[in-house]
Design a protein around this ligand. Structure first.
Ligand code: 0WK
Ligand code: BGC
Ligand code: BGC
Length: 924
């Protein structure tokens, strides 16, 4: 190490009477020694101040604050997860910078079996001083030569080797294998490297060396390697601490707190680069004159001030400075000095560690001092030990204050008062110094008593950790590839969506003509949307969605008042006998009437019945087939108005007059049409999905007349039941369909609606778990449980406001053992499934609006769509994606989506009101 500063510097500062922490100069030698030792005392208050100041700096840097530039850099490392323990394979690790003037190459075999370790094989190469201070290319060529020399001993297969580069210097990383050196530290100062991508420099050197089958897949800071190499234990190891020639720490930060990352999900390992703490003067109060001299004589004066008080490269030098100072004032070694004592770098870390080791005893100290050319007196050994202890104790306590700042940061970012965490420690100061770790742990307990911290020494200086990162990178890349392959069929492009639109148009035309088509295009006998002249009190029923509702609707000049009550339809009733179902419906009506004081009152009733019905009139609807989990017997093929009337009769509620049966899409269109006459389409995306629209009567075969329009219930849920969607259908869709109570039916609905999306996601998660991509490949009973993954979870998981931990909470409630990577992948699965649903729904709406535009021979169409349904209303992105797809596929239609506020019950009442108005006019 090169300390070439002018000796006379001491005299100037040591002048009697200087205010700041100058060089002590009392005439009494023991007092002089005490004065020196006191210089290195740092009080707990000062430690707390340092802890607070470093924490402030860390949080300023995380927010990306530019000026004043925070003293620490907080560099994201692209390591997003701690090891699974399942990583396996052979990896080469190249270590540069962790241990000063040496380079290490390791061959690491990861077994993927927890607790089963294969000892890495490694070799150390000393780096000549001129290489550490020469041109960068020389350094990297030296590194590449050492690498191939090491690998010559190993049989390299053809498949090439993955290499992890452990580079212990401050770097801006833009990817796991892309890293730009900010500045050299610790005695390195090669030219032409700062500001360069060190992975590229290494790749170029390896190429120049001709060792071509080596793939550099990751560059890692040594602290990260240390953290990642940590054995799995009771507490997650989420902090890596290195105190070797230099010092630094890293920890797992919530990604959303790292401004530069613009990522709001998951965690990322951040290299703090705390060595530069105090470069802004924050350490002024604890710096001694010895620290200032050391800094001025260093390769990088003014930089890495904190490191220069803790790092192994500097501890020996600090001790030497103090001993030289005391010797020259006659307080030590009888006033004699030696070349080693006066030469920078004369006392090394190893010397200090040995001299401090109480078990070594003073005899050993004497021996070391003699090796340094000194003639220690009787008391000198103890005084020297005291100096070593003072310097190293301060280093350990300062390091503890910094670590306490990291723990406080973890508490902040995790919003946890009580923190359980493991800290992986690495570096020769931690490993070899007799007391450093002890003082560190003690002081951390003092400064962060509410944190339960376990210290885990890294086994091989992070070699395994770097191999882990490389393996994790390889695993993440492999998992990402499998995830992309699994989700690719859900990513529909414009051509595929346009094809769905065209197929739907074709099926609409056939259905309207009564030809074979998966779209039944059922006439509803609703000929007009409300014109606002409707008046009266109406009862309405709303069956077929999440809730069964009975409503009292008062249509007046001032608007519509609605009173309603929700009743449940137990599965046993929905899948029992038809009589049981309709009796249950009438019981609810009677209960409602009784509660509203309407018992016995004769009121017209509109029945929203959200199932495919062939209507023969407004009050006649033959149920074609049940959908959405309903399967009541003796109903299909029956007129459900009759079934209701029979039940009313059975319950002596003859005063109720069933005037109209409408589909929920029609009710929704009417309900929204009451406020916006341009609303001529009704769309439901809830438990099920469907749409209706106002079609030109001339296009509707089977209904007399050519003039005017009639609302057509498309029953688009059945689109594709003829196989026309098979090209888009995935194996997961097939599994959901096969497990449903109506296999082969409602294929379009089963790719879009709320009753099925959760199940599609569950099947994908099962598949990804079986591939080992999720949940560490562990299949859990809960995930095998049908309908356990509710569609509302998609809406919650995809909401922008939810942090990943809340996503994790939802999944953990399901008993899924997950990591943050898993939660991120579950999120992507949900996004892919809901996006496809929204796009398919959008393609359907685009087909309808284009049909209306062409029906009316318009260049441009402006139309509104009344929408209802839990999925459409609650999912954070569904409505936007539907609108975007319609915009893309039907650019000549300006489509407004109106979310129905009062549900289709209001619509049913309005249809009833229109029917009553028309009936009265007919009687006049
Ligand atoms: C509310 C409507 C009802 C419709 C339902 C669909 O009033 O007629 O069936 O929306 O949404 P879901 O409740 O199935 O999510
Ligand atoms: C470097 C860090 C490194 C630390 C420990 C410091 O000088 O800036 O990147 O982690 O030494 O080796
Ligand atoms: C039914 C439709 C209904 C839709 C929305 C489908 O399952 O067949 O009649 O409109 O669900 O509730």
């Amino acid at each position: 190490m090169d300390f070439t500063g002018p000796v006379e510097l001491w005299q100037k500062e040591g002048a009697p009477g200087c205010p700041q922490k100058g060089l002590p100069c009392s005439p009494d030698s023991s007092e002089l020694v005490q004065e020196c030792l006191n210089q290195f005392k740092v009080t707990t208050t000062q430690l707390r101040q340092i802890q607070a100041s470093l924490l402030r700096s860390m949080e300023q840097a995380l927010t990306g604050q530019a000026s004043p530039a925070p003293a620490v850099r907080m560099l994201p490392t692209y390591v997003g997860s701690t090891p699974h323990g399942t990583e396996q394979g052979d990896f080469v690790v190249l270590e540069l910078g962790a241990t000063g003037a040496s380079l290490r190459v390791l061959w690491v075999t990861l077994t993927g079996v927890e607790g089963h370790r294969i000892e890495p094989r490694s070799r150390e190469f000393l780096i000549p001083q001129e290489v550490m201070l020469g041109p960068g290319q020389q350094l990297f060529d030296f590194v590449a030569r050492c690498l191939s020399e090491f690998l010559d001993a190993y049989p390299l297969g053809s498949q090439g080797l993955k290499l992890g580069f452990n580079f212990g210097f401050p770097c801006y990383q833009t990817g796991l294998d892309k890293s730009t050196l900010i500045s050299w530290t610790k005695g390195f100062r090669c030219s032409g490297v700062e500001g360069q991508d060190v992975v590229q420099l290494l790749r170029d050197a390896i190429e120049r060396q001709g060792a071509c089958s080596i793939d550099v897949v990751a560059v890692v800071n040594d602290t990260v390697g240390t953290m990642m190499g940590c054995e799995l234990g009771p507490a997650p190891c989420e902090v890596g601490l290195v105190v070797d020639t230099g010092t630094n720490a890293c920890y797992m930060e919530e990604a959303r707190h790292v401004a530069v990352l613009d990522e709001d999900r998951g965690r990322v390992c951040v290299s703090i680069e705390w060595g530069s703490f105090g470069d802004d003067g924050a350490l002024g109060s604890v710096l001694t004159a010895f620290d200032r001299i050391l800094d001025q004589e260093s390769l990088n004066p003014g930089a890495q001030r904190f490191e220069k008080m803790i790092g192994g490269l500097y501890l020996g030098e600090l001790v030497r400075q103090v001993l030289a100072h005391l010797a020259q004032r006659g307080a030590l070694f009888g006033g004699c000095t030696s070349r080693a004592l006066l030469s920078p770098g004369g006392i090394l870390l190893e010397h200090v560690a040995e001299m401090e080791d109480a078990s070594a005893g003073t005899a050993r100290v004497h021996a070391i001092l003699r090796d340094l050319g000194l003639s220690p007196g009787a008391s000198d050994a103890e005084l020297v030990q005291q100096v070593c202890t003072a310097v190293c104790t301060r280093a350990a306590r300062l390091c503890a204050a910094a670590l306490a700042a990291v723990l406080a940061r973890l508490q902040h970012s995790r919003e946890q008062q009580m923190l359980h965490v493991a800290v992986a420690t690495g570096g020769r100061v931690c490993e070899h110094h007799p007391r450093f770790l002890g003082v560190l742990q003690e002081t951390v307990k003092l400064l962060a008593p509410e944190c339960d911290v376990s210290f885990i020494p890294s086994v091989d200086g992070g070699g395994r950790g770097v191999a882990m990162v490389t393996a994790v990178a390889a695993r993440l890349a492999a998992h990402r590839r499998l995830l992309e392959e699994t989700l690719a069929p859900f990513r529909l492009n414009r051509e595929q969506l346009a094809a769905v639109q065209a197929q739907m148009r074709e099926a609409m035309a056939k259905g309207l003509q009564g030809e074979a088509s998966s779209l039944r295009m059922l006439p509803t006998y609703v000929r007009a949307t409300p014109d606002g002249s409707e008046r009266g009190h109406f009862l309405a029923l709303d069956l077929g969605g999440t809730n069964f509702r009975v409503l009292l609707v008062h249509v007046a000049a001032g608007g519509v008042q609605i009173t309603n009550q929700v009743y449940s339809i137990p599965e046993s009733v929905a899948q029992g006998s038809g009589q049981q179902l309709f009796d249950h419906i009438v019981d609810c009506i009677l209960d409602f009437q009784q509660k509203q004081g309407l018992s016995g009152q004769s009121l017209p009733l509109g029945f929203t019945f959200s199932f495919p019905c062939r209507q023969l009139g407004l009050d006649q609807g033959i149920l074609l087939n049940w959908t959405k989990g309903f399967k009541a017997s003796d109903c299909e093929g029956q007129d459900v108005v009759c079934l209701l009337r029979e039940a009313l009769e059975r319950k002596q509620a003859m005063e109720l007059n069933v005037v109209a049966i409408v589909n929920d899409t029609v009710g929704t269109m009417m309900s929204c049409g009451y406020d916006d006459p341009r609303c001529e389409i009704g769309l439901i995306v809830g438990t099920g999905t469907n749409a209706c629209y106002m079609e030109e009567l001339r296009n509707v075969a089977g209904v007399a007349g050519d003039l005017g329009r009639m609302c057509i219930n498309m029953e688009w849920g059945a689109f594709g039941d003829d196989g026309s969607l098979d090209t888009l259908s995935t194996c997961f869709d097939a599994r959901v369909d096969q497990a449903s109570i109506n296999p082969g039916k409602q294929r379009f609905e089963k790719m879009i609606s709320g009753m099925y999306l959760g199940e599609i996601v569950r099947h994908i998660l099962l598949h990804l778990t079986s591939l080992g991509v999720l949940f560490r490949g562990q299949q859990t009973p809960s995930l095998q449980t049908r309908d356990i993954f509710k569609t509302k979870f998609l809406s919650e998981i995809e909401s922008d406001t939810l942090a990943l931990r809340q996503v994790r909470a939802i999944l953990e409630d399901l008993g899924l053992p997950l990591t943050s990577d898993d939660a991120l992948m579950v999120l992507e699965v949900c996004q892919a499934v809901s996006q496809r649903a929204a796009q398919l729904c959008g393609a359907g709406v685009a087909a309808v609006v284009e049909k209306i535009r062409e029906n009316r021979g318009l260049e441009e169409l402006s139309v509104s769509v009344g929408v209802d349904g839990t999925l459409y209303k609650l999912h954070p992105h569904f409505s936007r994606l539907v609108a975007a797809t319609v915009q893309e596929l039907a650019p000549r239609c300006a489509v407004t989506f109106l979310q129905s506020e009062d549900g289709s019950g209001k619509g049913a009442a309005l249809v009833t009101a229109v029917a009553c108005r028309l009936a009265k006019q007919a009687r006049v």
